[in-house]
Design a protein around this ligand. Structure first.
Ligand code: AMP
Ligand code: MG
Length: 500
C-alpha cells in the first residue's frame, strides 16, 4: 500500500449516481517536480508535516492513484458567455479524493491540467505553468482577503511541453474545494440523460448531496429545496459583494464557473483592478464586456436564474407555483447583496454603521473614483492613512495624474467624508478601515512578472508575493514597496489571456 493512500479518502461524489462522473485514466508525467507546495494550507487541512513526498509528487502530477482508487472526471453542462453547452465536464481535471480536515469539514482534492478525460473533446487536457500559478496566487490571495474561495495546495511541473500561443512548461494545480458542484452540474442533471423521469431524479440526488455537504443546517427542514436555493442565492450575494469591495474581476462567470458552495472557483483571466473603471474586463475574449466589473452582480443573478430553472421540479408540484417560489427566492439576492455591500463599504470608509446619510455618500463613490481614475486599492489605503493622521496630499495625488486643479470633486468628497465620520470614535474608525482595506493585493502586473520569472526558473518574486498576500492588511515590513505600488503606464496589464 502506498503512503499517499492514507492522505486522501474516497470522494463523496462516489455516492452520487454514475451519470455525474466518469473514471479517468492516469497520465503519469515524464519528469514531475515541485514548483510550490502550500505548507500552511497542508497544515490547516491536517496533512502530516512531511506530506510532500516523491509519491505524492507523482500523484499530483497526474500519475496513477494508489491501489484500489480511481480518479473521477466530473460531468457538467453550462452557459458559456450565454451560449448553452449541454456537454462539458472536467476535460482536463480529475477529482482524486477528499480530505477530512481537523474541524470535521470535507474538502475535495482536485487536479487541473492532469491530462485528457472523456470530456476533453478536442482539448489536450493540459494546462500551462503560468495559468496554474495564476490560479495559485489569486486563489490564495482571495483566502488572505477572507473571501470564500477554492484553495491551492500545490503546483507541479510535469516536464512536458504544452503549446498555446507559444510552448510553455506543462503544469498541474492541486485545487482544494469544499465542493466542485457548479450551477452547471445542476443544469447537467436537469436535462436528464435517459428519459423523462431521469432529470428530476438526478437533480434531487445532487441537491441532497449538496445539502448534506455544504448546507447541513437545511437537511430535514419542511421545504429543503426552496431553502437550499435561497441559501445558495444568499451565499452568492455575499460573495459577489466581497468581490466588488475588493475590486476583483472574475473574468469568466459562466454557469460552470459558479460553485454551489459559494466559493470563488475557476480562476482564468481574473484580476484585481488598478485604476477604477466600472466597465473593466480582463478576459481577452470578452469583447462585449459581459463579465465587466460592474456587471458581476447582475450576471450572478442571471446564473442563479439558470440554477432555479434546473431546480424547478423540486420546488413545487405545479410549474406556476414553483416559478413563483423560485422568483421570490432569487429576488432575495438584491437585498442580501445591497446589505453586504453597504456594510462592507461602511467599514472600508470608516463610516458610522447604519448612519442614514451613508447610502447617498456611498453612491457617490464610484463616480468619484472613476472621474479621477483613482487606483482602487490605494484610494482606500490613502483614506485609511488620513484616518491615521496623514495629511490629504497623498489621497489627492491619486486623481488625474496628481494635478491640483482637477481636485474639485475629490476634495468635496473628502470634506463630506470628514463630516460623516467626525463624531465617530477615531480609534474605531481606524480599526474598521485597517481591517478591511488591503495594503498588498495581487496586482496584475506583479502577478504577470512573477509568472514570467517562474517560467524561467526564478521563484523569488512568486514566493515573496505569496507570502505578502497571506497578510494583506498588515503593514508590511520595511523593504521594497514594489508589491504595493500600482503599475507605471508602461507596466499596465489590461488583458489576461484565456489560453490556459
Ligand atoms: P474553463 O474555461 O477552464 O472553465 O473550461 C471550460 C471547459 O473547457 C471545461 O469543461 C474544461 O474542462 C474544458 N477545457 C478547458 N481547457 C481544456 C483543455 N486544455 N483540454 C480539455 N478540456 C479543456
Ligand atoms: Mg470552468
Amino acid at each position: 500500500m502506498s503512503a499517499t493512500r492514507h492522505l486522501f479518502k474516497d470522494s463523496g461524489y462516489l455516492a452520487l449516481p454514475g451519470e455525474f462522473y466518469a473514471a479517468a485514466e492516469a497520465h503519469p508525467a515524464p519528469a514531475p517536480r515541485w514548483i510550490v507546495f502550500n505548507q500552511a494550507l497542508a497544515e490547516e487541512l491536517g496533512l502530516p508535516p512531511d506530506a510532500a513526498t516523491p509519491d505524492l509528487l507523482r500523484q499530483l502530477a497526474g500519475g496513477a492513484p494508489p491501489e484500489g482508487r480511481k480518479n473521477l472526471a466530473l460531468a457538467y453542462a453550462g452557459h458559456q458567455f450565454g451560449q448553452w453547452n449541454p456537454r462539458m465536464g472536467d476535460g482536463r481535471a480529475v477529482l482524486i479524493g477528499e480530505i477530512e480536515a481537523p474541524d470535521g469539514k470535507f474538502h475535495d482534492v482536485h487536479l487541473k491540467g492532469s491530462g485528457p478525460t472523456v470530456f476533453a473533446r478536442r482539448g489536450d487536457g493540459r494546462a500551462t505553468l503560468p495559468a496554474m500559478l495564476r490560479e495559485y496566487i489569486v486563489s490564495e490571495a482571495m483566502a488572505g482577503l477572507d473571501i470564500s474561495s477554492t484553495r491551492s495546495l500545490a503546483v507541479v511541473a510535469t516536464g512536458a511541453q504544452v503549446f498555446r500561443d507559444a510552448p510553455h512548461h506543462g503544469a498541474v494545480l492541486t485545487r482544494i474545494a469544499r465542493s466542485h458542484v457548479r450551477v452547471g452540474t445542476f443544469q447537467y442533471a436537469a436535462q436528464g440523460d435517459a428519459g423523462q423521469q431521469q432529470g428530476p431524479l438526478l437533480t434531487r440526488a445532487l441537491a441532497d448531496h449538496c445539502i448534506a455537504r455544504d448546507y447541513p443546517e437545511i437537511a430535514g427542514t419542511p421545504e429543503p429545496y426552496a431553502a437550499f436555493f435561497a441559501a445558495v442565492v444568499e451565499r452568492q450575494a455575499r460573495l459577489i459583494a466581497q468581490w466588488m469591495l475588493a475590486g476583483f474581476i472574475h473574468g469568466v462567470m459562466n454557469t460552470d464557473n459558479m460553485a454551489i458552495s459559494g466559493e470563488t472557483i475557476d480562476f482564468g483571466p481574473c484580476a484585481f483592478m488598478d485604476a477604477f473603471n466600472s466597465r473593466q474586463v480582463f478576459s481577452s475574449i470578452d469583447s462585449a464586456g459581459r463579465y465587466a466589473y460592474s456587471r458581476q452582480p447582475s450576471v450572478a443573478m442571471w446564473n442563479l436564474a439558470r440554477l432555479a430553472e434546473a431546480l424547478l421540479p423540486l420546488l413545487g408540484n405545479d410549474e406556476a407555483s414553483a416559478l413563483r417560489l423560485a422568483q421570490e427566492k432569487l429576488e432575495g439576492f438584491r437585498s442580501v447583496y445591497a446589505a453586504a455591500f453597504a456594510e462592507g463599504m461602511e467599514r472600508k470608509l470608516g463610516l458610522t454603521p447604519g448612519d442614514a446619510r451613508n447610502a447617498e455618500f456611498i453612491e457617490r463613490l464610484w463616480p468619484t473614483m472613476e472621474h479621477g481614475r483613482a487606483d482602487f486599492t490605494l484610494f482606500f489605503r490613502r483614506l485609511t492613512q488620513i484616518a491615521a493622521g496623514a495629511d490629504e496630499a497623498g489621497f489627492l495625488a491619486l486623481f488625474a495624474g496628481g494635478e491640483p486643479q482637477a481636485h474639485g470633486q475629490e476634495a468635496a468628497f473628502l470634506a463630506q467624508w470628514r463630516e460623516l465620520t467626525a463624531d465617530r470614535d477615531p480609534a474605531l474608525r481606524l480599526a474598521d478601515m485597517q481591517a478591511s482595506n488591503p495594503i498588498v493585493i495581487a496586482r496584475n502586473h506583479r502577478v504577470e512578472q512573477a509568472l514570467e520569472r517562474a517560467a524561467e526558473g526564478d521563484l523569488g518574486l512568486l514566493e515573496r508575493l505569496s507570502a505578502a498576500l497571506k497578510n494583506p492588511f498588515a503593514e508590511p515590513a520595511p523593504g521594497p514597496e514594489d508589491l504595493e505600488a500600482p503599475p507605471k503606464p508602461d507596466e499596465r496589464v489590461t488583458e489576461t489571456f484565456c489560453g490556459t
